[in-house]
Write a protein that binds this ligand. Structure first.
Ligand code: PEP
Length: 253
């Protein structure tokens, strides 16, 4: 089954509005191959401005997190309805920085996934093991727990409604990339879990992104793996030239 690659940039807490507009403009003006999707997730403060810059371009607007409620007394949170209102199509959920710095639990992440879907946002559900967990041979157990709990009670009509991102915590922002074999092994494991949880056509349609120090030099090899359907990019998404090279990956032979 052919899956449309998705190249997603997560700008974390790095850009002012003006910087975000300039970066989004450079990406939107670049030559983007028609066979792939591109998403930019700026800080919340820049969503509206970046949305205006991206208007008329194929680049999709994404959020870095989303609450599960439509509105109410949830100081500091942003609702899925608000994200739809500002033009978001996707929302990153359960990023390792949310899990490990802000203490988000699988239960909370599950509510965020459900909330996003209720309002027609595509969740980009992030899962991944720490170095300690990998060294203790717990990688698969962690991925299975995060995936099953994150998707508890979540029904899907088709595989395009949700994206999974495998992001080994030890590879995020560290310059250490998983080897292509480690990435494919984890993605294959996740694919089989999805086949167990959903109908096969849904599970095989769903995109699984790799994230963790993706750069122009390693993206071709990663994208050549059968179950790697795209990349979630942090550091290398903050410069237009490196992110545009990533968007223009060529699968290596
Ligand atoms: C991320 O933030 O999801 C990420 C993968 O960051 P980096 O590319 O900088 O490792």
């Amino acid at each position: 089954m052919e899956r449309r690659p998705l190249l997603a940039g997560n700008w974390k807490m790095y850009t002012t509005i003006a910087e975000a507009e300039a970066l989004a403009g450079a990406v939107a003006r670049s030559a983007i191959p028609a066979d792939r999707d591109v998403m930019l997730a700026p800080p919340f403060t820049a969503l509206a401005a970046v949305g205006r810059v991206l208007a008329g371009s194929p680049v999709l607007l994404g959020a870095q997190n989303v609450c599960w409620e439509e509105k109410g007394a949830f100081t500091g949170e942003i609702s899925p309805a608000m994200l739809k209102d500002v033009g978001c199509r996707l929302a990153i959920i359960g990023h390792s920085e949310r899990r490990h710095i802000f203490g988000e639990t699988d239960a909370m992440i599950n509510k965020r996934v459900a909330g996003a879907l209720r309002f027609g946002l595509i969740p980009v559900l992030c899962i991944g093991e720490t170095l300690e967990e990998r060294e203790a041979a717990q990688t698969f157990a962690v991925l299975e727990r995060q995936l099953r709990k994150g998707l508890l009670g979540i029904t899907l009509a088709d595989g395009d409604q949700l994206v999974v991102a495998y992001e080994p915590v030890w590879a995020i922002g560290t310059g250490k990339t998983a080897t292509v074999e480690q990435a494919q092994e984890a993605h294959y494991f996740v694919r089989n879990l999805l086949v167990d949880m959903y109908e096969k056509n849904i599970a095989t349609q769903m995109r699984i992104l790799y994230g963790g120090s993706v750069n122009p030099g390693n993206v071709d090899a990663l994208m050549s793996q059968p179950d790697v359907d795209g990349a979630l990019v942090g550091g290398a998404a903050l410069k237009a030239d490196s992110f545009c090279s990533i968007i223009n990956f060529n699968k290596s032979a």
